[in-house]
Design a protein around this ligand. Structure first.
Ligand code: CJB
Length: 802
């Protein structure tokens, strides 16, 4: 039975074909019909959004405002049709006219408004909040260019701009009626009035923030939420004076400066870039969003006393940390609140999630930069800092010696994590281990001062995208065996454990994996020109390229394996190593690691003695839509970061739910995967966090491991002597021998040993499929539905609007 949404969609598609193109579907070309399908779907969501927001307003429900510099949305068409339960009908409808919906899916570019885990998490949370009917609005920037396109030329990563809006702009609904002005630079003047000391911001430069709303659909719900993306433009547009004097280029300069703010996403991940443009981007979207939120609240309630009961503003990592002083500014300067009252409202409305302990990612800004770009904001931060330090001296004299570390302004810098902790009522980490590290190490002193502020919410993923849509065959099998309830409530997937001994189900699982491997193999053949054997074990490491994630350790093991096959007659199980990763554009070491992977791939491919046992593939331009092809095909999930460094990881969860078995360290959410599946269904290796810290304090010397291990010596000398296709990798050799900050060599032996255990397990087909089944069936706790329910109940205190 066709649903009512499908019927509406079809009528709407036909109408759009007529009105927009003076055509009909039968005679329309692919681009026209594509546009009609996206536009019609967007219209359905707009209508649902209207009805839902009416209900939210009527019920005066508390709302979540999720502030994030990144939302890695990916593509939307398939997800929206699937959520509306209209995919099959629209597919059949288009097929009647000779159009293949899969081709439309391929035409849609990813909205790559994020770098990696942090941005993708934000998008998974938008999906789950909507599916569970919670009101949430995401705020970010409408980057004209999202994450760059990666092209590998001769092993070296090259970056090209990603202009996604042309082909995906149909989802962006402009709201020129809600433009907001944001002020930069200028001076501040203080003067006494009858209200006391007031501050005026003068001579500022204005930038207009124009909102574009992207509707977020949910599954089996009336709710539609919005992701509001701000675009920057100048307030004045053309300078007519200059234009009429014939200075055409100069006359557009203001516009160019303003629009540079929303031009491009910074491609750094887990590492800050202290550039002035980045600070401007942060303030731009924070200020526009908070001005809009407060304006709406005031219009409705006429006071901010109720603000913390009606709104929670979530700070996703420190990038939106200027929420703290900006909310203070709005309350004091625009609405006349005195400091204490404004602070009370601010500190009870903001919640902060930390996503990393990497010191280079803990944001700090030079005082001069903040002061010159945002003079009023800086003056507020100074006062927050003065009061905070005073509070510590008075109430925690035992921490006086640590004040430099805890202060918001110290060592010439403004420290954003400290600002967030002081200004939020809740601080959480993203896995049990990570949250413990925050309390006992990174923010140890803050935890003494505010023991009740610190909590944990383990990350999650939306299984509707990552399982149901990316792996329809597995989703179908699950539906047959345990019913379709898991789509809405992933804890149901636990019932799949009952099929542990069911030969027929195990065999279906193997067939499904094989099909998914074929799909990936076709992609690899087409893009890389490498034929991979679908009976080989697919070992997958896909994520951003970072030293701490240790793709390098993975390659060292492969080189060792290569040498053992080539020179020692070792005959391993045929295995295919699959990598995909973007490196930040200026990150030399990361790019060298990619070059090494590509060189090893070439070397293996050219070697007839080895290539039947071993393949190495680097797939370029990793992104959400590519992850959706790779992940369902994986047998082994490599999660091999140095213990204590990966806050959580979410790729580990996506791979697990698709039946891949984790090979990993006891890091981030791997620890919770271990607890969920039991030691016999995961391969753990390497130093623990404690052991890493102990070794670091004793003094880690990579050469000790080199001297003690013949394989390490062989591999490193092989690299040094040009063994990898005659190419020079001295930089990596020296890095490993004399620095190795993430202890690749210390974990090498244990990692190789784990690989041999993996092979042994994989040879026992029945047993390995059972391991795979256990991973699928016990992935329930990694649903982002569970994560957002934790946030909603324990941090945000919001309720669904039905
Ligand atoms: N993360 O992707 C980023 N970018 C950052 O700047 C900081 C952290 C990642 O966030 C994910 C979501 O919480 C984590 O799973 C991951 O471990 C972390 O690296």
């Amino acid at each position: 039975m066709e649903n009512h949404v499908s019927q509406k969609l079809k009528t709407s598609i036909e109408k759009i074909m007529e009105v927009n193109f003076g055509n009909n579907i039968k005679n329309g070309n692919k681009r026209q019909v594509y546009e009609a399908v996206l536009t019609a779907t967007n219209e359905i969501l707009a209508e649902k959004r209207y009805e839902y927001s009416k209900k939210v307003k009527e019920q005066e429900a508390k709302q979540v405002y999720y502030m994030s510099m990144e939302f890695l949305v990916g593509t939307s068409l398939k997800n929206n049709l699937w959520n509306l339960e209209a995919e099959d009908d629209i597919k059949a409808f288009l097929a009647e006219y000779g159009f293949d919906i899969e081709e439309f899916y391929e035409m849609e570019p990813d909205a790559g408004l994020g770098n990696g885990g942090l941005g993708r998490l934000a998008s998974c949370y938008m999906d789950s909040m909507t599916t569970l009917s919670y009101p949430i609005t995401g705020f970010s920037i409408r980057y004209e260019f999202g994450i760059f396109k990666q092209v590998i030329i001769d092993g070296w990563q090259n970056e090209f701009p990603d202009s996604w809006i042309d082909q995906a702009g149909y989802w962006l609904n402009p709201r020129a009626d809600e433009e907001i002005e944001v002020h930069f630079f200028g001076n501040i003047k203080e003067h006494w009035t009858d209200k006391g000391l007031t501050t005026e911001h003068t001579d500022y430069v204005s930038v207009m923030a124009k909102p574009y709303d992207l509707f977020i659909s949910g599954y089996d719900t009336e709710a539609v939420n919005t992701l509001r993306l701000w675009s920057a433009k100048s307030t004045s547009g053309f300078n007519m004076d200059l234009f009429s004097k014939g200075e055409y280029v100069k006359s557009t300069e203001n516009e160019a400066i303003a629009s540079s703010i929303s031009k491009v996403l910074y491609p750094a991940d887990d590492k800050i870039e202290g550039k002035s443009l980045r600070l401007k981007q942060q303030y731009f979207f924070v200020s526009a969003s908070l001005q809009q939120i407060t304006k709406e609240h005031y219009k409705k309630y006429g006071t901010f006393e109720s603000f913390p009961d009606k709104a929670v503003i979530h700070i996703n990592d420190t990038h939106p940390s200027l929420c703290v002083p900006e909310l203070m500014r709005i309350l004091m300067d625009d609405y006349g609140y005195v400091w204490d009252a404004a602070w009370d409202i601010t500190a009870n409305s903001l919640a902060y999630t930390n996503h990393t302990v990497m010191s280079e990612a803990l944001e700090k800004w030079p005082i001069d930069l903040v002061k010159s770009h945002l003079p009023r904001i800086y003056s507020i931060i100074e006062e927050i800092n003065r009061r905070f330090c005073q509070f510590i001296y008075t109430n925690h004299p035992e921490l006086s010696a640590s004040i430099d570390k805890m202060a918001i302004i110290s060592e010439g810098m403004v420290k954003m994590a400290n600002l967030c902790i002081a200004g939020s009522y809740s601080v959480n980490g993203v896995s049990k281990l990570h949250s413990d590290i925050l309390k006992t190490d990174t923010f140890h002193n803050f935890n003494i001062v505010y023991p009740d502020k610190f909590t944990n919410v383990t990350n999650g993923i939306t299984h509707r995208r990552w399982l149901c849509q990316a792996n329809p065959l597995l989703s179908q099998l699950l539906t047959e065996k345990i019913g379709g309830g898991f789509k809405k409530s992933l804890s149901d997937i636990e019932k799949f454990n009952e099929f542990y001994y069911d030969e027929a189900v195990l065999s279906r699982l193997r067939e499904i994996k094989k099909e998914n491997k074929k799909r990936l193999a076709d992609y690899i053949a087409q893009k890389n020109g490498i034929e991979v054997n679908c009976d080989s074990m697919f070992d997958v490491q896909v994520k951003r390229l970072h030293e701490y994630k240790r793709q390098l350790l993975n390659v060292l093991q492969i080189i060792d394996l290569y040498r053992k096959i080539k020179f020692q007659g070792f005959r391993p199980l045929p295995q295919t190593y699959i990598f995909a990763a973007k490196a930040s554009a200026g990150y030399f070491m990361a790019k060298e690691i990619i070059r090494l992977i590509c060189a090893v791939s070439d070397m293996v491919e050219r070697d007839p003695d080895v290539r039947d046992f071993l393949k190495v593939v680097f797939i370029a331009d990793y992104k959400v839509s590519l992850a959706e092809i790779i992940i369902p095909a994986a047998d082994i999930s490599e999660q091999i970061s140095q213990a204590g460094k990966e806050a959580s990881g979410t790729g580990n969860m996506k791979l697990m739910i698709n039946g891949a078995v984790t090979l990993g360290t006891m890091d981030g959410a791997n620890v919770e995967i271990y607890e969920a599946v039991g030691p016999e269904n995961i391969f753990i290796f390497g130093l623990s966090t404690q052991e890493v810290n102990d070794l670091y304090h004793r003094g880690y010397r990579p050469e000790d491991f080199y001297n003690a291990n013949q394989s390490i010596r062989d591999v490193l000398e092989f690299i040094k002597s040009g063994g990898i296709g005659g190419k020079n990798f001295d930089s990596l050799y020296h890095y490993l021998m004399y620095s190795d900050p993430y202890m690749n060599l210390a974990d090498f032996a244990s990692y190789c040993d784990a690989h041999r255990r993996v092979e042994e397990a994989y040879r026992d087909e029945a047993r390995f499929t059972q391991m795979s089944l256990k991973n699928i069936a016990n992935a329930g706790i990694f649903a982002s539905d569970r994560s957002v329910t934790d946030y909603a109940n324990h941090i945000w205190h919001v309720k669904p609007v039905q």
